[in-house]
Design a protein around this ligand. Structure first.
Ligand code: AHG
Ligand code: MN
Ligand code: MN
Ligand code: MN
Length: 336
């Protein structure tokens, strides 16, 4: 069976949708190539000397893994010279990364979580990369890009995607016209189209949450999870299953594939008041992808893609997945 390559898919998207100019196609192909390189480094594990932590901490206050930094460098180097970007921002960099003057600047901003699920690197559990593409401001060519130029609501995203480095390496991508999934053909080194129109089942009986935080959750989340645990004799009238991989890309990919609800809610700890996940390069790209697949994505009550960002590394509560289950959780918040 001749499967479409990523390039063929992008050329067809460009041909049928004005929202996909050549610049975006080049940008996505460059990011996809960088994800191949990251996946290759990940797959070497101890043989590649890429496991373990560094002595450094990132702006998040997290100890950086070697692969966090290596993945960040791969994405920076791959995207600096192409001429399609005005600047980049990353979980692993305190502030934006401007394109060096020796290279031409483009009309887009690229944000990424270069290695998502870092706590799983050393235990050989699926991890990934998350990215988001925004327009650079129209007057960008004439001036330096500032952090504030990145602070656009998620609804302004031009494209978003993630790579998941698991038993298969997969790339899941939206350009605003549905969601496509590609599987890496390792012999050819090509991302081949394996799903043209991913859609999330509207209902689910599977929730994903880190139960160890239960004592910190706000009342609506506690009530909802209690009701799930009450099973078929409880108020929700059905038995639920639970999964928690602790790599957002892997938990979200499961939901993209078979439905489910993913929750990393804000909680009552000082460190959890705003949530754990980062808005600009985790919640927004995943919310765009999930909504494009017919799912929903809230901070608990409000649509994530409507949130006006205040800071580059701002955190947010996340409840996303099967539309009817996310709506159910929103109702629990409204009852309060
Ligand atoms: P990152 O590795 O990029 O810092 O992100 C980790 C995030 C996300 O991938 C995952 O859903 C969540 O952290 C897991 O948090 P816990 O370890 O608290 O369960
Ligand atoms: Mn992450
Ligand atoms: Mn990360
Ligand atoms: Mn991290």
């Amino acid at each position: 069976m001749n499967r479409k390559t990523l390039t063929q898919y992008l050329v067809e998207q460009q041909r049928t949708h004005q929202t996909v100019p050549a610049e975006v196609r080049l940008l996505i192909e460059t990011v996809a190539r960088a994800c191949k390189a990251i996946g290759h480094a990940v797959s070497k594990g101890a043989l590649g000397g890429v496991l373990g932590s560094l002595d450094s901490e990132n702006v998040q206050g997290e100890v950086q893994k070697k692969l966090d930094v290596l993945s960040n460098e791969i994405l920076l180097e791959a995207n600096e010279w192409g001429g399609h970007l005005a600047a980049m921002a990353s979980e692993e960099m305190e502030t934006l990364h401007r394109i060096p003057n020796r290279y031409p600047k483009g009309e887009y901003l690229l944000l990424f979580d270069p290695l998502d699920g870092s706590s799983n690197i050393d235990v050989n559990v699926s991890i990934g990369t998350i990215f988001s593409v925004l327009h650079a401001p129209h007057d960008a060519p004439g001036r330096d890009i500032e952090e504030s130029d990145f602070l656009q609501p998620g609804s302004q995203q031009v494209a978003a995607g993630y790579a998941v480095y698991g038993p298969q390496s997969m790339l899941v991508l939206t350009l605003g016209n549905g969601v496509a999934a590609f599987t890496l053909d390792r012999e050819m080194g090509s991302w081949l189209l394996t799903e043209e129109n991913l859609t999330i089942p509207e209902d689910t009986s599977e929730f994903a949450i880190n139960m160890s935080n239960m004592r910190h959750w706000e009342p609506p989340v506690k009530r909802y999870i209690d009701d799930c645990l009450a099973g078929s004799t409880g108020p929700l009238g059905k038995d639920y299953n639970m999964r928690w991989i602790a790599s957002m890309v892997a938990d979200v990919h499961r939901i993209m594939t078979r439905g489910g609800i993913f929750m990393y809610p804000r909680d009552e700890r000082p460190s959890g008041k705003k949530g754990k996940l980062r808005l600009m390069y985790e919640a927004n790209p995943m919310a765009f992808i999930v909504e494009q697949a017919g799912g929903a994505a809230l901070d608990g009550e409000a649509r994530i893609l409507d949130v006006k960002p205040q800071a580059l590394h701002q955190r947010i509560g996340v409840v996303l997945g099967s539309k009817n289950e996310v709506e159910r959780v929103r109702r629990y918040h409204q009852e309060d």
